[in-house]
Structures are given as structure tokens and as C-alpha cells.
Design a protein around this ligand. Structure first.
Ligand code: SDX
Length: 428
């Protein structure tokens, strides 16, 4: 095994090098504190691995993204979302029998307990759908309590995983109906995952949902492209919270809250708000690019840049094509897509973005597609959560399957007051 040598004061430490199946290498510092009374510090974990995982592989330099070794380009084109969910969670694409049983579990667990509908009465119509989603996912734990088992039983997990993936879609659609004052629409037994969601969103007693295969295919691809992305902020949150041995619902609720942030999954909503702001104020593309580069300006080019991708986010390249296809097919008069493409054109030619390797990420085009499908802007991050859920569950399961399961508990470097004593109020 390769080793790294760390010399500190009169200590020479040999640290093992861990190598992954794609030749990625890491210094294993598991014994650093015990052997040298040292810890490492890495703000934002920009150089630190938190685990070894076999679920998703990303090569940020080459713009490669694979789920269990299969390129996302193939999965987005050929697979169904439920097949990809199964692949991420269980490690392989399902055979016919496995697919039928997984689909049956999704169908049989697509409704939420009728008493849970009363929760919606407590939310104002203006409630952000991510707040509703996080609340309702955690609330599932009080209605579906067959998970409170100390030991991690496979059949219990299989049921909870499938029911969460199915019910998150129902909760999302119900939150939309609540926000527009329409009666919620129950899920159907005969529709695929994405089609059932669109049916629950857009069917109503007076306006029947009219399915469109191109839109359903685009939504299925969107969900697949969001399904996992290794140890991103929200998935790492799911792992950390889950390492306390709390149930899957609470762990996923924490992940949904982390995903909401505008630097993370909330960026797709910010992209549309940014484009609408540009259109409303007639900003020129040049003005936008200059503001994005100006450290004193609050303007940030949302949907651009990524911690890992130093090239195009491969998901953005695929979504750009879907964006253009839907735009042409429905002849949308949506000038936002033109602004987005002009911004992309200008930024990718600008030295500031080129030097920092800032390219469009998954959020840059996803919001425009959601908007053309008719999904309200404040639900874009909910769509991200629906897509990402199988990945969060897969990562949570992988952590629980790892032996030993260690609770996550980072150290710190203390920079506060040294020892001092209490001073009575009249002496301060
Ligand atoms: C997602 O981790 C994942 O995998 C996430 C995700 C997933 O699937 O889970 O891929 C989903 O979260 C995609 C990212 C969505 N967020 C946005 O689009 C928000 C805008 N992007 C940035 O905030 C930023 O690029 C991040 C948050 C995505 C990445 O931040 P980093 O890696 O911490 O990089 P940084 O902020 O240190 O930026 C490095 C430089 C800085 O300039 P300098 O200090 O070197 O002069 O690049 C600049 C930044 O100011 N920069 C930008 C910019 N992004 C980075 N400048 C203008 N506009 C931007 N969008």
C-alpha cells in the first residue's frame, strides 16, 4: 500500500493512501489524532472525503457523472425514474420481477394517510412548498411507525424507501393544489411515476390533465439527472443526521432543509428570479456579466459554477437540449430562455469565468424547463428534492450497511477566550 509521510516537530508519520476503483486517492488520517495529537482543518470540506461510496462517480475535470458505473447520458435517454431509483438504492438495474415488485410498492404506497390532509389546513396558501415538504416528510414518521427498530431490517427499509419515494410526489402535488385553492387529486394506479405527478398537479374537476409524452419524458429525465450527486451538501446532511441512528424520515427531512439553500438546490428558483429581474429591468448581458464579476455587487450568476465541475456540468448539457426541444415544440414565447442562452454565451467567453472554470450547472436550465411545464417557480427546489430522494436514501442505506457505523462528530480549532471567571453584575 502506498503511504504519505507527514513530518511534524520530531515526529515522522506514515499515513496510508486509499485508492478507489477510478484511481482517486486519499490520505487516510483515521489515526492522526491518536498518533500525533493533530487534527486537520478544511473549511467547506474542499479537500476532505467523508466516506467511501460505490453509488455515484463524478470526474469534475472531464464532466463525467455515472450512477453505479452507468453514464447518466444513457440513463436519462433510456431508463425510467423508478429503474434509476432501484439502481441507486440496490446497486443494479432491476430485472423484470424486481421492477414489477418495486413498481407495485410505489403504487401501493402513493397515498398519504387521510388524517395528514389536515396538516395542509394549517399552512397558509403562501407557505413555501419546501417548508411544507420538510414538515410533511417528517410527519410521515408519526403515521408510519413500522421503522422504529434498532436493528436495520431489510424488508422494513424496502417498504419505507419505496413509500417515501412515492409519497414525496403526492405531498408535493397536494402542496401545489393547496396553494391555488383547488382540491387535491389522488394518485392513479395506471400511471408511471412522472406522469402520475403531472396528473396530480394539473388535473382538476373542470380541466382534465392532458398528457404529453415529450413533457413527461423531459420530467422523467430531469428527475433522473437529479437523482444523486455523491457527497453534496444535502446528502452529506442526510448521512450526518442518519449516523445518529435517527429514522430515515427525519434524516431525509434534514436533507430537504439543506437542499433549500440558494447556493445549493434553491439555485434553480434563483436562476428564474435572476432572469426575470434582468428582463424586468432591461439589464444588458454585459451589465450582468460585469455585476457578477464585481465583488462589491450582490449580483451572482445563479446556475453557474460548481465545487466539482471544472467543465460543463454534464447534466446542464443534457437539459439544454430538452429545453430547446420543448421550447421549439410548443413555440413558447418565453424570452427568459433567450436571456439564459445569451448569458451562457457571454460568460463562457469571459476571462473571469474561464479562469475560475465557471460553467452552467444543473440548475441553469432545469428551472426554464419546469417553467415551461407549468410548475410554479417556488416549487422548483421541491422538484429537485423529488429527483434527489433516491440518492439520499441510497447514501443513507450505504452508511447503515457500513460496519462499524460511526456517529459523525467533527472536531474544531477553538479560537475563543482562554480561561476567565464569572463576574457579578454590579462589578461588570
Ligand atoms: C448544486 O455539490 C453538489 O454536487 C451540488 C449539486 C448537486 O447536484 O447536489 O450539483 C447542486 O448545488 C449546483 C450549484 C447551484 N448553485 C448555484 O448555481 C449558485 C451560484 N454558484 C456559486 O455560488 C458557486 O459556484 C457554488 C456554491 C456552486 C460553488 O462554490 P465554491 O466551490 O465554494 O466556489 P467559490 O464560491 O469559492 O468560488 C470560487 C470563485 C470565487 O471568486 P474568487 O474569490 O476566486 O475571485 O468563483 C467565483 C467566486 O466569487 N464564483 C462566482 C460564481 N460562482 C463562483 N462568481 C460569479 N457567479 C458565480 N455563480
Amino acid at each position: 500500500m502506498e503511504k504519505a509521510t507527514l513530518t511534524y516537530q520530531n515526529h515522522v508519520l506514515e499515513l496510508p493512501i486509499i485508492k478507489g476503483t477510478e484511481d482517486e486517492k486519499a490520505i487516510d488520517i483515521s489515526n492522526l489524532r491518536k498518533s500525533a495529537n493533530l487534527i486537520t482543518l478544511d473549511l467547506g470540506f474542499q479537500n476532505t472525503g467523508s466516506c467511501m461510496s460505490s453509488i455515484t462517480y463524478i470526474d469534475g475535470e472531464k464532466g463525467i457523472l455515472r450512477y453505479r458505473g452507468i453514464p447518466i447520458e444513457e440513463l436519462a435517454e433510456k431508463a425510467s425514474f423508478s429503474e434509476v431509483a432501484y439502481l441507486l438504492i440496490y446497486g443494479n438495474l432491476p430485472n423484470k420481477k424486481e421492477q414489477e415488485s418495486f413498481s407495485r410498492r410505489l403504487t401501493q404506497n402513493s397515498m398519504i394517510h387521510e388524517e395528514m390532509l389536515r396538516f395542509f389546513d394549517g399552512f397558509p396558501p403562501t407557505a413555501h412548498p419546501m417548508a411544507i415538504l420538510a414538515t410533511m416528510v417528517n410527519a410521515l414518521s408519526v403515521y408510519y411507525t413500522d421503522y422504529y427498530t434498532e436493528d436495520f431490517q431489510a424488508e422494513t427499509f424496502d417498504l419505507i424507501a419505496a413509500s417515501l419515494i412515492s409519497r414525496i410526489r403526492t405531498i408535493a402535488a397536494y402542496s401545489y393544489k393547496h396553494s391555488i385553492g383547488e382540491p387535491h387529486v389522488y394518485p392513479r394506479r395506471d400511471l408511471q411515476y412522472a406522469s402520475n405527478f403531472l396528473y396530480m398537479m394539473f388535473d382538476s374537476p373542470v380541466n382534465p390533465y392532458v398528457p404529453d409524452s415529450e413533457i413527461e419524458k423531459a420530467l422523467c429525465a430531469l428527475l433522473i439527472l437529479h437523482a444523486d450527486h455523491e457527497q453534496n451538501c444535502s446528502t452529506s446532511t442526510v448521512r450526518l443526521v442518519g449516523s445518529s441512528m435517527v429514522n430515515l424520515y427525519a434524516s431525509i427531512c434534514a436533507g430537504i432543509c439543506a437542499l433549500w439553500g440558494p447556493l445549493h438546490g434553491g439555485a434553480n428558483q434563483k436562476v428564474i428570479e435572476m432572469l426575470e429581474n434582468i428582463k424586468k429591468n432591461n439589464f444588458t448581458i454585459k451589465q450582468c456579466i460585469e455585476s457578477a464579476k464585481d465583488k462589491n455587487s450582490k449580483f451572482r450568476l445563479f446556475g453557474f459554477g460548481h465545487r466539482l465541475y471544472r467543465n460543463y456540468d454534464p447534466r446542464a448539457l443534457i437539459l439544454k437540449k430538452y429545453c430547446q426541444n420543448i421550447f421549439k415544440k410548443f413555440n413558447y414565447d418565453d424570452s427568459l430562455i433567450n436571456i439564459a442562452m445569451e448569458l451562457e454565451e457571454a460568460a463562457t467567453k469571459d476571462d473571469y469565468f474561464i479562469e475560475r472554470k465557471l460553467y452552467p450547472n444543473v440548475d441553469f436550465y432545469s428551472g426554464i424547463i419546469y417553467r415551461m411545464i407549468g410548475i410554479p417557480t417556488n416549487m422548483f427546489t421541491v422538484m429537485f428534492a423529488i429527483g434527489r430522494l433516491p440518492g439520499m436514501i441510497a447514501q443513507w442505506k450505504e452508511m447503515h450497511d457500513s460496519v462499524p457505523l460511526k456517529i459523525g462528530r467533527p472536531y474544531q480549532i477553538y479560537t475563543g477566550n482562554t480561561l476567565r471567571h464569572y463576574v457579578p453584575l454590579n462589578e461588570r
